[in-house]
Write a protein that binds this ligand. Structure first.
Ligand SMILES: *[C@@H]1O[C@H](CO)[C@@H](O)[C@H](O)[C@H]1NC(C)=O
Ligand SMILES: *[C@@H]1O[C@H](CO)[C@@H](O)[C@H](O)[C@H]1NC(C)=O
Ligand SMILES: *[C@@H]1O[C@H](CO)[C@@H](O)[C@H](O)[C@H]1NC(C)=O
Ligand SMILES: *[C@@H]1O[C@H](CO)[C@@H](O)[C@H](O)[C@H]1NC(C)=O
Ligand SMILES: *[C@@H]1O[C@H](CO)[C@@H](O)[C@H](O)[C@H]1NC(C)=O
Ligand SMILES: *[C@@H]1O[C@H](CO)[C@@H](O)[C@H](O)[C@H]1NC(C)=O
Ligand SMILES: *[C@@H]1O[C@H](CO)[C@@H](O)[C@H](O)[C@H]1NC(C)=O
Length: 767
C-alpha cells in the first residue's frame, strides 16, 4: 500500500532495467584500497586501470573482452571495477584471494515524493546564533550524489563567497553545449551514467551534470544554498531560502536520472568525490529497506563508498528512506553513516471548504490560483458528472477526460483519491472540463494524512472522514454550494511530528545499532528547483518555478549535511564520528510546545522513528562530550559480522587484525543504545571524550518500562580536552509476563551545568 508515495513510473522502469539485464548483469568487483595514496599521479591511475584489465582477462578470455566488459575502473579512492558479467564469471571471481566482495549492482531510488504524490512540510526556520552568520560553513566543501544541479539558480550565486579551498581537486564539466559552468560557490559538477546505460541501453541521458529532474538542485541548495530573499513556491512559503551551511562550497556528482540510480555510478561518484577532497557527502538515495535490499555492509554501494569515506575522515549523511510508517523499513543502516528520518516543520498550508450551511472543513492545498471569495459555487459529485459513455467510477476519481463539460462548467467538482490517479491530473481533468474548483477527498487508507499539492485550479484536499460531512450536506439540499479559501501559509503550528513516510527501525540486519540516527525537516521543504521541467514532472504541466516545496527523507538528509558542514567549519579537527555524535547527542525529543514529539498518527513517536531526536543546530556546535569511534572500531564491528582480517586490512591500506575476542555489536561506541534481544540482563559499554571545558558530568536516566537500568559510574570528571572516560550500562528485564515483551524506550543523559549529552535507549525485551 505504498502507491501514494512511489510513482508507478519509477517501479515500472526499475523492473525494466532488471529484465533487460537478466542474462548478463553489472557487477561490482571490490578489491579494497589502492597501494597508491592520496597524492597519486595519473600514471598510478593508469596502472590501477591496467591491473583491472589484467585481472579480468583471465576470467573472460582476452584483454579486449575485459576492456569491453569493464564499465568503470575505480582507480582513485576505492579499488575495484564494475563490469558486465555472467553470473558464473562473477562466482569465479569471488573466489580470488585478492577480492573482498563481488556483488550485482543495486538500483537506488530518489527519496522524495513530489508533492503530487505525497504529504506536506516547510523551510527550516533556524532560530539562533550559529545559523545567522552568512559565512557559516566557510572553507567547507559539501557534495551531493544526486541528479545534478541547475547552475543558474540564485542559490548557487557566489556573491560574497571566499576563494575556493586550495585542497580542492575537482572541476565542473562544462565541455558540452549543455554543460555546467562553475563559480566560487558551485565548484564541482560531474556526471556518471555509464552504469545506467550499461544496464539499460534505452536510457537517453543528457550527458551533463545539469539537473533535468529537480531533486539534485533541491538537495544541494538545502545543504548549502546561498541566501535568496523572496523565494516562494507559487506564492506559498514566501521567505528567505538558504541552505544549512550557506557559506560552504558545493559540488554536484550526478549519479541519478529521474528513473533511478545505478549502484555502479554511485560508487564512481564516491570514488571521485573522495579523490576531489570534499568534506561532507550528502546521499538522498536509498535502495529501500535494508531488509529487502543489500543486507551486507560490503555488498552495498552506499555502505562501501561511505566506509572508504569514513577511513578518510569524511562525513556521509544518508536518507533513512520513504518506506514508513511500518517498522523495519529503514535503509542505509551502516553505523558509519548518519541516517536521517523526516519530520514536519511549524508551517502548513491550510485550505478550507466553506459550505452553503456555513460549515468549514479544513483541508490542505498549494493550489496556484484561488476563487473569488464574494460568491458561492454549485458543488457536484464527480460520479454524477460522467461524460457520455464513461463509467461513473472513472468520473468519481476524475480520471482524464471522464467529466462532462456540460455538467461541471463553473462548478466545484468533488473527486475521490483512489491512490492511482495522480492528483494533479485530477485537477487538470476538472479544469479542462471547465470546472471552477475541486474538492479532493482522501482515500480511506491514508485517512487524515492529507497532502497540499500545487493544483492547477482552485482546489483542496480534505480528510477521508470529512468526506462524509461534505456528502451529507450535498444530500441535504437541492443546490449544494461551496467555496474554497484562498492561498494561505500558516506558521507556528505544532511541530516537529514524524512524517508518515519516514522509514522506521529497528534496523536490519543489525538492530544493535539504533536507526535512523536523527530526524530533520522533511515535509514541504522550500528549496531551489530545476527550470528544465515542471515541478510536478507531468508533461502537460507547463509551469516552471525556481523554488519548490518537496517532501521526503531526501529533503531531511541535506539539512543534516549542511549542519555537519557547519560543525566541520567550526571544528576542523573533529573526526567524522565526533561530528556525528555532536549532531546526535544534542537532538531533542520534544516539539515546539515542549510536548513529546508525536508520530504521524498523533501518538507519541519513538526512537525507532527519530533515533536520538530532532536536530538542534545551535547546540550541536558545543556538545561538551562526544562518543568517538576510530575506523578500526567499525572494522571490529565488521569482524563480529563474519569478515576476517584478510578481508578488512586491504580496506584501509594498513594492517588490521580483528580482535581475538569478537566485540559485542551493542558495544560499538555509538551515541545511542539499542539492545537486540534483552533476555534477563546485559551490560553495554561506552566511552565519552571531552571536547569542551573541564567539568563533572552526572548521569540522568529515564528507564524503559519493564527494564532496570544501572549506570556505573554515575559521575564522570574531565580535566582537559581529549580526556576519555568509560561507563557501563546494566540493563535488567523486570517484566512479569509474556505480553510485556517488545520494544521499550528510555533516555540516558550526561549533564554538567551547561551541556546535555543525550542518548536514546531502545531495548527489545524478549524474556
Ligand atoms: C562554459 O561556461 C561559460 C560560462 O562560464 C560559457 O560561456 C561557455 O559557453 C561554456 N562552455 C561550453 C562549451 O558550454
Ligand atoms: C514575499 O514577501 C515579500 C516581503 O514580505 C513581498 O515583497 C513579496 O511580494 C512576496 N512575494 C510573494 C510572491 O508573495
Ligand atoms: C484512468 O483511466 C485509465 C483508462 O482510461 C486507466 O487505465 C487508469 O487506470 C485510470 N486510473 C484510475 C485507476 O483511476
Ligand atoms: C459521490 O460519489 C461517490 C462515489 O460514487 C459516492 O460514494 C457518494 O455517496 C456520492 N455522494 C453524493 C453526495 O452523492
Ligand atoms: C573473507 O574472505 C574470504 C576469503 O578471503 C571469503 O571466503 C569470505 O567469504 C570473506 N568474508 C566475507 C564476509 O566477505
Ligand atoms: C579469512 O578467511 C579465509 C577463509 O574464510 C581464510 O582462508 C583466511 O586465512 C582467513 N584469514 C584470517 C586472517 O583469518
Ligand atoms: C533466555 O535465556 C535462557 C537461559 O540462558 C534460555 O534458556 C532462554 O531460552 C532464553 N530465552 C530467549 C527468549 O531467548
Amino acid at each position: 500500500m505504498k502507491g501514494r508515495r512511489l510513482t508507478s513510473l519509477v517501479w515500472i522502469l526499475i523492473f525494466t532495467i532488471i529484465q533487460v539485464s537478466a542474462a548478463k548483469k553489472s557487477y561490482i568487483v571490490y578489491l579494497g584500497s589502492h597501494q597508491h595514496g592520496s597524492d597519486a599521479t595519473s600514471e598510478d591511475y593508469v596502472r590501477a586501470k591496467n591491473s583491472h584489465y589484467k585481472f579480468l582477462e583471465s576470467y573472460v578470455g582476452s584483454e579486449g573482452k575485459a576492456r569491453d566488459a569493464i564499465i568503470y575502473s575505480y582507480t582513485k579512492s576505492i579499488n575495484g571495477f564494475a563490469a558486465t558479467l555472467e553470473e558464473k564469471e562473477a562466482e569465479d571471481i569471488a573466489k580470488h584471494p585478492a577480492v573482498v566482495s563481488v556483488f550485482p549492482e543495486t538500483i537506488y531510488k530518489l527519496q522524495t515524493t513530489r508533492s503530487w504524490s505525497f504529504l506536506d512540510m516547510d523551510v527550516p526556520e533556524n532560530r539562533g546564533s550559529i545559523l545567522t552568520q552568512a559565512n557559516i560553513g566557510r572553507n567547507v566543501i559539501i557534495a551531493t550524489l544526486d541528479t545534478g544541479v541547475w547552475p543558474e539558480s540564485k542559490s548557487f550565486s557566489d556573491e560574497g563567497m571566499g576563494p575556493i579551498p586550495s585542497k580542492w581537486r575537482g572541476f565542473c564539466d562544462n565541455s558540452t553545449k549543455f554543460g555546467v559552468p562553475c563559480n566560487n560557490k558551485l565548484i564541482g559538477a560531474q556526471y556518471f551514467n555509464k552504469g545506467l546505460l550499461a544496464s539499460n541501453p534505452e536510457e537517453d541521458d543528457v550527458n551533463s551534470a545539469r539537473d533535468t529532474e529537480g531533486h539534485g538542485t533541491h538537495t544541494l541548495s538545502t545543504a548549502a544554498g546561498a541566501f535568496v530573499p523572496g523565494a516562494t513556491s507559487f506564492g506559498y512559503a514566501n521567505g528567505t531560502a538558504r541552505g544549512g551551511a550557506p557559506g560552504a562550497h558545493v559540488a554536484a556528482y550526478k549519479v541519478c536520472q529521474s528513473r533511478g540510480c545505478s549502484g555502479v555510478d554511485i560508487l564512481a561518484g564516491f570514488d571521485t568525490a573522495l579523490h576531489d577532497n570534499v568534506d561532507i557527502i550528502s546521499v538522498s538515495l536509498s535502495a529501500g529497506p535494508a531488509y529487502y535490499g543489500g543486507t551486507n555492509f560490503l555488498d552495498n554501494e552506499i555502505a562501501l563508498g561511505s566506509l572508504h569515506a569514513a577511513a578518510m575522515g569524511i562525513t556521509v549523511v544518508c536518507s533513512a528512506g520513504n518506506d514508513g510508517p511500518d517498522t523495519m523499513t529503514v535503509g542505509n543502516v551502516a553505523p558509519w553513516v548518519i541516517t536521517v528520518g523526516a519530520s514536519t516543520i511549524d508551517r502548513d498550508f491550510p485550505s478550507y471548504v466553506k459550505l452553503g450551511n456555513e460549515k468549514l472543513i479544513k483541508g490542505a492545498s498549494q493550489a496556484t490560483t484561488s476563487l473569488p471569495q464574494n460568491q458561492m459555487y454549485t458543488v457536484i459529485n464527480g460520479s454524477d458528472a460522467a461524460a457520455p459513455g464513461v463509467n461513473t467510477d472513472l468520473a468519481a476519481s476524475c480520471n482524464t477526460s471522464s467529466l462532462d463539460p456540460e455538467k461541471v462548467k463553473g462548478k466545484i467538482v468533488v473527486c475521490l483519491d483512489n491512490m492511482e490517479m495522480p492528483r494533479i491530473l485530477m485537477g487538470m481533468t476538472v479544469k479542462d472540463a471547465g470546472g471552477a474548483g475541486m474538492v479532493l477527498i482522501n482515500n480511506a487508507y491514508w485517512g487524515d494524512s492529507i497532502v497540499s499539492d500545487p493544483h492547477v485550479l482552485p482546489a483542496t484536499m480534505i480528510p477521508y472522514r470529512d468526506g462524509a460531512t461534505l456528502y451529507s450536506y450535498m444530500k441535504s439540499t437541492k443546490n449544494p454550494l461551496a467555496n474554497i479559501s484562498p492561498k494561505t501559509t500558516k506558521i507556528g503550528v505544532q511541530a516537529p511530528a514524524m512524517a508518515d513516510f519516514s522509514s522506521r527501525g529497528p534496523s536490519y540486519p543489525t538492530p544493535e545499532i539504533l536507526k535512523p540516527d536523527v530526524t530533520a525537516p522533511g515535509v514541504d521543504i522550500l528549496a531551489a528547483f530545476t527550470e528544465f521541467i515542471s515541478p510536478t514532472g507531468i508533461v502537460e504541466d507547463e509551469r516552471r518555478t525556481p523554488f519548490y516545496l518537496l517532501s521526503g527523507t531526501s529533503m531531511s538528509c541535506p539539512h543534516v549535511s549542511g549542519l555537519a558542514g557547519q560543525l566541520k567549519s567550526v571544528h576542523p579537527d573533529w573526526s567524522f564520528s565526533a561530528i556525528k555524535s555532536a549532531l546526535m547527542t544534542s537532538a531533542t525529543i520534544k516539539d515546539n510546545r515542549y510536548m513529546p514529539m508525536r508520530d504521524h498518527s498523533g501518538a507519541k513517536a519513538t526512537p525507532l522513528a527519530y533515533g536520538n531526536g530532532h536536530i538542534r543546530p545551535n547546540r550541536a556546535a558545543h556538545p561538551g562530550l562526544v562518543y568517538d569511534n576510530t575506523i578500526e572500531n567499525y572494522l571490529s564491528f565488521l569482524c563480529t559480522l563474519g569478515y576476517n582480517s584478510t578481508n578488512l586490512s586491504g580496506l584501509i591500506n594498513k594492517p588490521f587484525v580483528c580482535p581475538s575476542k569478537p566485540i559485542k555489536l551493542e558495544n560499538l561506541n555509538y551515541p545511542s543504545i539499542s539492545v537486540r534481544a534483552l533476555n534477563k540482563s546485559t551490560v553495554v559499554t561506552r566511552t565519552l571524550k571531552n571536547v569542551g571545558p573541564p567539568g563533572t558530568y552526572k548521569v540522568r536516566v529515564k528507564a524503559p518500562s519493564g527494564v532496570g537500568v544501572s549506570v556505573r559510574p554515575s559521575s564522570l570528571s574531565f580535566s582537559k580536552v581529549g580526556d576519555e572516560r568509560i561507563f557501563t550500562v546494566a540493563l535488567t528485564s523486570q517484566i512479569k509476563n509474556e505480553n510485556e515483551r517488545g520494544f521499550k524506550f528510555g533516555r540516558l543523559v550526561w549533564t554538567n551545568e551547561i551541556h546535555q549529552v543525550s542518548s536514546s535507549i531502545a531495548v527489545n525485551v524478549v524474556a
